[in-house]
Every structure is written in C-alpha cells, then in structure tokens.
Design a protein around this ligand. Structure first.
Ligand code: MGD
Ligand code: MGD
Ligand code: SF4
Ligand code: MO
Length: 699
C-alpha cells in the first residue's frame, strides 16, 4: 500500500484512542510506526498497550496458514480448500444427525461491527442454529440488562466522554480506569481539582490513588457489598431530602417502590455490611447532591457478580433520584470494555438478538431482518442460550458437538476454566479463527488464520456509542483470509440463502439497513460518511445527524419514562474468617489485555509483567506465613493456582487480588465459579472464596 500515514484507532479497549500508523522503519519491516492522534477520547495520548500494539502484527508465532489436526494429534499446515470443505462437511453431518443446535458459534466484542453482524447472520442462516453467544456476556451483560430495564436502551455512556471534563462530582464504582483506560484519566483532571472524584474499590487501585491530596474520596467496601452501599446512599439522599422530586414526577415511574426498598439501609447497617464508615457515606451522599454536574459510572468491579444487574440498577436508581440522567452536564453510564464491546452487542451475536439491538423473539423485528436477508422469517431460529450455558452444553448428550470460535480465548477467560477445557475436548469439532495460537486455538481441530486490525477495513463503536472507522494500513501476510471471506466460503458450501459480501463497506450498508428502525439504528451511516470524520453517535437514522446525548427529551420505553426498579441486597454470607479463607477478586493490569493472547506476545509488556502475582495485605500474609515475592498456592474446590505473592497495604485484609491475564497454572479462572446473575447471565468473576497458603511450608 502506498499510504504513508493511516488514521485509525487502537486495537484494544473501548476508549478506541485515535492512532496513526506510519510506514514501517527500514530496520523493522512489517511493523508500522504507531503515533497518538488527536481524538476527543485520548487527545493524542496512548497507553503502553497502544504504543506497542503493532508488535503483534509481526509476532513470531503468527498463524498465517490454516492448521489442521492430523492423525498424529498435531496441528499441521493445510490449504484453504481442504479445511473449508472439511468444516462444511462436518457441520452438515452434525446438523443432519444431531440437529441444527448441535453446531454453535462463540463470538467476541473485539470483532468489527461488520464481522459481528455477519457472524450472527451466518449462525442463523447458514448453520440454522440458535446457539450463538459471545464474550460480551462476561463483560457488559449486567450493565446492559440494567440499562435496558431502566432506560429501554443500552448504550454504555449515553454522553460523550468529554462531558466529564466539566464535572463537579464523579462517582466511579468498580472501575480502575487509570490502569484500564489510562488516557481517560485526563477527563478527570477538572473534577479532581474540584475535590469531587469518588472511587469505590476494595483496593486502593491506581484510580483510587487519584483521590489523594484532597482530590476526592476513596471508599473501600467489602467485595460484593456495592448493592448495599448504593441502597445506603439512596437512603441518605432521601433522609436528607436531597431527592429531585420534580424530575422523578416528570420523567420516571416506580419511585415509591424504590423509596421503600431503601428503608432498611440506615447508615449504621450499611457500615456493618460494607465496612464503609458512616461519615464517609454522609459526605458522599451530600457531595452527589450538590447539583453542579454529577456523574455516576460503573465498571466490571460491581457488575461481574451474581447480583450485578441489580447493583447496576441501584446505581441507576440513585442517579435518577438525583435527577442526573438526560440532563446536560450530568449523567449515568457504564464503562464499556472491549474495543467493540458496544457495537459487538448490537448486531446479532447475542443469543436473543437480531441486528439493530432488536429482539429475536419479536415478530416485527424478525420480519424486518428477514426482508433485508431475503429469507422467510420462519427460517430464522429463536433465542439461544447465554455464554455460560452454551459452554456447559459443549459435548453433553443432546448438546453442542461442533463449535466455531471467533475472537475469544475462553480457555483462559471463562470462569471455571478447567471445566471449559474438558468441555472443549469433548467436542466432535472445534474450529478457532485467530491470528495467534491462543490457548483455545491450541486445542482446536482446525485453526483459521485471520488478519489483524491494521490489515483490515471496518468500523468499531466506542464506549460513548460513537461509530469509528478502522482502516487498513498494510496488507495481511500471504495465506491469511478475512473473516468475511471465510464466512462467505462456508455459507456457499452450506448452500446458505442470502448474499455474503466480502467487502466491509457493503456489509456495513446491509447492517445499516438491517438496523433501520431498531434501537441501535445505523441507517444514516456508511463508510463513506464516516470517512469524513463526522462524530457519529447512534442512533443515527437516515436523515439525522446522530445522537451524542441520549435521553434529553425522553427515555426509550413506550411512555418515554425511565423505570425505577426496586432491588434487594442478597443475604449476608461473609465467609467465616477462618485461617487462610479470603475473598479473591480478579481483574486487570495496565500492561496486559484480557486473556493475554496478544499482550503476552509483546516483549516490552511481558517483561514488565512476566508472571501472575497475588496482591495480599502484609498483615494477612504474615498471619499465613507468606513472605513477599514468595511462591503461593491459591485454591478452591475447582482448582489451584500457583503464583507469587505481592505484599501490598493497598488491599483490604480480607481480600486478595489476582489478574486474569495468564494461562496454565497461573490462570485465575481455574478458581472462579460459573455462578451467574439470573437476569444477565454474567458470571461472578469478582468474588470467590479461596484459601491461600505458602508453597514449601510456613516461613
Ligand atoms: N490494561 C487493560 N485494560 C483493559 C482491559 C484489559 O484486559 N487490560 N480490558 C478491557 C475490558 S474488556 C474491560 S471490561 C475493562 C474493565 O475495566 P475495569 O472495570 O476498570 O477493570 P477490572 O480490573 O476488571 O475491575 C476494576 C476494579 O474493580 C475492583 N473490584 C473488584 N471487586 C469489586 C467489588 O466487589 N466492588 C467494587 N466496587 N470494586 C471491585 C477491582 O479491585 C478493580 O480495581 O477494561 C478494558 N481495558
Ligand atoms: N477472572 C476473570 N475473568 C475474566 C474477566 C475478569 O475480570 N476476571 N473479565 C472478562 C471480560 S470483561 C472479558 S471482555 C473477557 C475477555 O476475554 P477473551 O474473550 O478471551 O478476550 P481476548 O483475550 O481479547 O481474546 C480475544 C482472542 O481473539 C483474537 N482476536 C482478536 N481480534 C480478532 C478478530 O478480529 N477476529 C478473530 N477471529 N480473532 C481475534 C485474539 O488474538 C485473542 O486470542 O474476559 C473475561 N474474563
Ligand atoms: S487506553 Fe485502550 S484504546 Fe487507548 S491506547 Fe490504551 S488500550 Fe488502546
Ligand atoms: Mo470486558
């Protein structure tokens, strides 16, 4: 390609920092030079992962030929016709012998909108299966369910990130943006100057440390007690008469039930359950109600729990009671995680959903999408099952026998990872599309090589609901084929109806038509329009100029009102503080991304964080006889992790923290349980009872 500089976005998280890719340096062929680009979310800044992202393009382990497992049990290079014919034959046979739902698809929130859309269409039309879901179930599902329930629509931030710049108070619950979206911190500079940053985290995370020196308040509750904390804050807002009654009357319904639900949560009761002192609770409640620009934001720390949907709902109820939602200069939102975590949940990879965030159970939605696809609506399967149930069905009698994985490394990132591995090994056929041999790809019968972000065109939708152009800066290695091409080839071999373009802009146009009239309406958008650099926030129906701020006039429910939904805290079940019994929380480090499939292959990042370390309080470590940087064993009934201790006073005495970016014996998900939120299907990643002991005896 002859372009010297390509304006695009980072391949990793949902902040989608603006990035420029320059021509490769002579001594580094194939690796474009990365630069930060002025863009509202990052203003030229990038984090370490962004700066080093191009390294993965030339990683030594890159898969550039289809791989097929041979009779000797090893993966060996094959050719496209052989593997595509084999996959199509095996899928057809499975469908014939065991029914269409014996074939399943697992997608990812890192896929472009075009690929996510095509994957959902492929599952329904080419495979005829209802069994499709994706890793966003591990990520956004609780916040999405809460948003849909309260507002009738789910868009992570219903306002541009830059709205935060002028805030007086920002309450962030369970999100460590200083590590997970570093350039985002610049948007908190103003609120820190005004002393209004409030961080809720059982750890003194890098983000919690931003509240130091009068910049704000850090609340350090027991893991999993946020629902009580939020009920307690609302209780105080009511008791101190800080509620915006006019707003509630004009714009919401259900206040009375919510008001009553907060009755038991006197500050003293909240302190007893959460460990947060009464004075801090009062200070926070009053600060939130100062009424000069208040935002409430949630992250995975409060959402990845069995009561994650209710906890996000409690945060929304608090925001509504204060009249923050749909008012310029204030708001509620959730921090979307993956690069296309937002768009990836709008176009049909979710088991219950059709493009445009339409329900697959709604007859009118089915008719609309069927017309775009040129099929009879009756041929579109009904709703499938959410990710954790899908993974449990693998290889079970009457369950799924063949699985296609696009954009997830489930062996590392799904809860109860050992059980997931066993389930994958039970399958008749596992096909993994990836550009590296991830731990999941290493188990596959067929590995399909695909291009990386800088080698393809497409669109991504950022955490603020803004649709962005991902642009090609260089050609993919010889032998690699795009996912759109692969899906078309398989669709043809499976005699699928409809058209299957391999051109991202054409697929986008089809997606736009399919989304028309839906909640996430992209019908006024095209690659051509996005190439002009227009700030395109959905809904963006034909003839409109998009929607940077949602809810200014109405919410998406038929009556235009937001719904306040009463929620209740679960019974207290603190694990007895027996010797060695602790609460494990899992999460992220700045240097690694997700399952680490990409960042563990970047020498600079891997050197900075080469091994898994368990963050543990020095007093707790002392009690257990654990020294700093010493080998430890962490156990549950599901498995054991071996790693190294990291003594730190930044964590509660009763809590330990382990990042989930590592594989093998260091994999945090050997410990986590597959328990899920009953509404969203979100697994409980953030609260596992574990025992910890030193390896090699007490010091
Ligand atoms: N460096 C890096 N950045 C990333 C990613 C990555 O893997 N690495 N992934 C991206 C993705 S997909 C996502 S979803 C986002 C996630 O971004 P975050 O939500 O910021 O990330 P986590 O580290 O999972 O959790 C955030 C914080 O929640 C706290 N926490 C744990 N349990 C509780 C609890 O019970 N209550 C409260 N209040 N807090 C709790 C943890 O201590 C942690 O500091 O990051 C995105 N950005
Ligand atoms: N214990 C614990 N577990 C967690 C979490 C936690 O906080 N704690 N967080 C959860 C969250 S929020 C998330 S989002 C998940 C994420 O975890 P995963 O779903 O495993 O996400 P990634 O590690 O990003 O895996 C993406 C894989 O797809 C490949 N890939 C990237 N782009 C493409 C593409 O365009 N096409 C194809 N075919 N492949 C591609 C990458 O190389 C990589 O192998 O982990 C969840 N697991
Ligand atoms: S914050 Fe996210 S989008 Fe920005 S450079 Fe880092 S990983 Fe990339
Ligand atoms: Mo995520």
């Amino acid at each position: 390609m002859d372009r010297v500089t390509t304006a695009t976005h980072c391949p990793y998280c949902a902040l989608q920092c603006g990035m420029s890719l320059g021509a490769p340096a002579a001594d580094h062929p194939g690796i474009p030079v990365v630069g930060g680009r002025d863009f509202p979310t990052n203003r030229g800044g990038l984090c370490k992962k962004g700066w080093t992202s191009a390294e993965v393009l030339g990683t030594p382990g890159r898969v550039t030929r289809p791989l097929l497992r041979g009779a000797d049990g090893r993966l060996a290079e094959s050719d496209w016709d052989t593997v595509l014919d084999l996959i199509a034959d095996r899928l057809r046979a499975s469908r014939r012998e065991h029914g269409a739902d014996s074939v399943a698809v697992f997608g990812g929130g890192g896929l472009t909108n075009e690929k996510a859309y095509q994957l959902g269409k492929f599952a329904r039309l080419a495979l005829g299966t209802s069994r499709i879901d994706y890793n966003g179930r591990f990520c956004m599902s609780s916040a999405a369910a809460a948003g849909n329930r309260a507002f009738g629509v789910d868009r992570g931030l219903p306002f541009p990130v830059t709205d935060l710049d002028d805030a007086d108070t920002v309450l962030i619950l369970g999100s460590n943006v200083a590590a997970t979206m570093p350039p985002f911190v610049a948007h908190l500079a103003g609120v820190r100057e005004r002393g209004g940053l409030i961080i809720v985290d059982p750890r003194r995370s890098a983000t919690a440390a931003l509240t130091d020196d009068g910049a704000g308040i850090h609340l350090q509750p027991t893991p999993g007690s946020d629902l009580v904390l939020l009920l307690g804050l609302l209780h105080l807002v009511i008791a101190e008469d800080l509620v915006d009654h006019d707003y509630l009357a004009e714009r919401t319904s259900g206040w009375e039930g919510v008001r009553r639900s907060t009755a038991p949560w006197w500050p003293e009761a909240v302190q007893a359950r959460t460990g947060v002192p009464v004075e801090q609770l009062r200070a926070v409640a009053r600060r939130l109600a100062r009424g000069r620009g208040t935002f409430i934001l949630t992250g995975r720390g409060v959402e990845q729990h069995v009561d994650g949907t209710d906890t996000a709902t409690a945060a929304i109820n608090l925001a509504l009671a204060l009249g923050l939602v749909g008012r310029p200069g204030s708001g509620y939102g959730t921090m979307t995680g993956q690069g296309n975590g937002q768009g990836g949940r709008e176009h049909g990879q979710k088991c219950d959903q059709l493009p445009g965030y339409r329900s697959i159970s709604n007859p009118a939605a089915r008719e609309h999408v069927a017309a775009v696809w040129g099929v009879d609506a009756a041929t579109i399967p009904g709703p499938g099952v959410p990710a954790i149930r899908l993974l449990r069905e693998l290889g079970e009698p009457g369950g799924v026998r063949c699985l296609l994985v696009h954009g997830s490394n489930v062996v590392v990132s799904a809860p109860d990872a050992a059980a997931v591995r066993t389930a994958l090994e039970r399958l008749d056929l596992l096909v993994v599309c990836d550009f590296v041999l991830s731990e999941t790809a290493a188990l596959a019968d067929v590995v399909i090589p695909v291009p990386q972000w800088a080698e393809e065109e497409g669109t991504m939708t950022s955490l603020e609901g803004r649709v962005l152009r991902r642009r090609r800066a260089l050609d993919a290695p010889d032998g690699v084929r795009s996912e759109l091409w692969i899906l078309r080839e398989l669709a043809a071999r499976l005699d699928a109806p409809s058209v299957w373009s391999t051109e991202p802009s054409v697929v986008f146009d089809e997606l736009a038509r399919a989304s028309a009239g839906g909640l996430a309406d992209y019908s006024g958008l095209s690659h051509e329009l996005l190439d002009t650099g227009v700030a395109a926030y959905w809904p963006y129906p034909t003839g409109s100029t998009g929607t940077p701020r949602l809810f200014l006039d109405r919410f998406a429910h038929d009556d235009g009102r937001a719904r306040l939904v009463p929620v209740r805290a679960r019974a207290a079940d603190d694990p007895a503080q027996r010797d060695g019994v602790l609460t494990l929380i899992t999460g992220r480090l700045l240097e690694h991304y997700q399952s680490g499939a990409q960042t563990r292959r970047v020498p600079e990042l891997q050197d900075a964080q080469p091994i898994a370390r368990l963050q543990i309080h020095p007093a707790t470590a002392d009690r257990l006889g654990i020294a700093d940087e010493a080998p430890v064993e962490i156990s549950t009934t599901r498995g054991t992790v071996r790693c190294v201790s990291q003594l730190s006073a930044d964590i509660r005495h009763d809590t330990v923290f382990l990042p989930f970016h590592y594989a093998g014996a260091e994999s945090a998900n050997l410990l986590t349980e597959g328990a899920v939120d009953p509404i969203s299907g979100m697994p409980e990643f953030k609260r596992t009872t574990v025992t910890v002991r030193p390896v090699g005896g007490v010091r």
